[in-house]
Design a protein around this ligand. Structure first.
Ligand code: NCD
Length: 307
């Protein structure tokens, strides 16, 4: 199984995946079971092939593999240090890796569609760890797992997504996932230059998921369950300095408008769009969310390596 887009899943698959993730979470609380799990996939290896910077995604995938007993081979700067720098095509790189008897190749790339391109020549499962401004399916899975853990459901939620919605792949993937469930409403908070793409808006409309767009957090915060904040994707902008980010920073003041039972998520890294003073608020769940990345990626790798 390749993992390329959220669209390949359905609610039944996600239910099973989240149960499995919960089991893994419980297993890791028990030392002897954790040791047992670390023998499950001995003599198997995963390759992490990253053409773009990463902290959480690469290190959580690698930790996940190691906790399942798998070995890891990695290139953290494939653009600079792999043969891509000499002009090798992605397809050739994947063809070569296909001969190393790997269990999976986790790829992050600057180009939208790169994971799909890799999968088109690969017998080894390809996992999309972010393709340009396209998708980041495992991030959406861990976001959804975090939301489900808190609310016990993924339907009938009011989700506010803010920041760079045009180039941020995490919000794009999360919208796709939320569209599987009935009754969700998404409020997009951004400026005209960074609005959510029409493709995602059309998908929401065709699935019956309602949405609105605003540049004013005070209008949508009082009635929200989840606030999902994102940074400016400056590496995808020609002139990031020209963007006026005023009013898009979460502070103690503006989060005071949120209901007590809401949660604040962010895929991280944050730059200046969440003030550190927010971190101590019980609704701030972004570090816990990052931790869930390890669990979801263990579940995904376990499924793939067991196939
Ligand atoms: C995100 C990404 O790479 O898309 N990071 C992550 O994987 N947690 C978000 C970002 O870089 O802004």
């Amino acid at each position: 199984m390749h993992v390329l887009s959220v669209d390949q899943f359905d609610t039944k698959y996600l239910d099973d995946l989240f149960s499995k993730t919960q089991e893994i979470e419980n297993t890791l609380l028990d030392k002897s079971k954790t040791e047992e799990l670390a023998k499950k996939h001995l003599a198997k290896q995963v390759c992490t092939l990253f053409y773009e910077p990463s902290t959480r995604t690469r290190l959580s995938f690698e930790t996940a593999a190691l906790k399942l007993g798998m070995g890891v081979v990695s290139t953290e700067n494939a653009a600079g240090f792999s043969s891509a720098a000499k002009g090798e095509t992605l397809e050739d790189t994947i063809n070569v890796l296909n001969n190393y008897r790997l269990s999976a190749i986790v790829i992050r790339h600057t180009d939208t569609g790169a994971a799909e391109k890799a999968a088109s020549v690969s017998k080894v499962p390809i996992i999309n760890a972010g393709d340009g401004a396209g998708e980041h399916p495992t991030q959406a899975l861990l976001d959804a797992y975090t939301i489900k853990k808190h609310f016990g459901r993924l339907d009938n939620l009011k989700i506010v997504m803010g920041g760079d919605l045009k180039y941020g792949r995490t919000v794009r993937s999360l919208c796709r996932l939320l569209a599987f469930y009935p009754g969700n409403h998404v409020s997009f908070v951004s400026i005209p230059e960074l609005q959510m793409g029409d493709d995602i808006k059309e998908l929401l409309t065709s699935s019956g998921t309602t949405f609105d767009e605003t540049d004013d957090v005070t209008k949508v915060f009082p009635d929200s369950n989840v606030v999902y904040w994102t940074r400016l994707q400056k590496e995808r902008l020609e002139n990031p300095g020209s963007i006026d980010k005023g009013g898009f920073t979460l502070t103690k003041d503006n989060i005071s408008l949120l209901p007590q039972d809401s949660i604040i998520l962010h895929p991280l890294p944050r730059v200046d769009e969440i003030s550190p003073e927010v971190d101590s608020d019980p609704r701030a769940k972004y570090f816990e969310q990052a931790g869930n990345g390890l669990l979801i990626r263990m579940a995904i790798l376990d499924i793939i390596a067991s196939a």
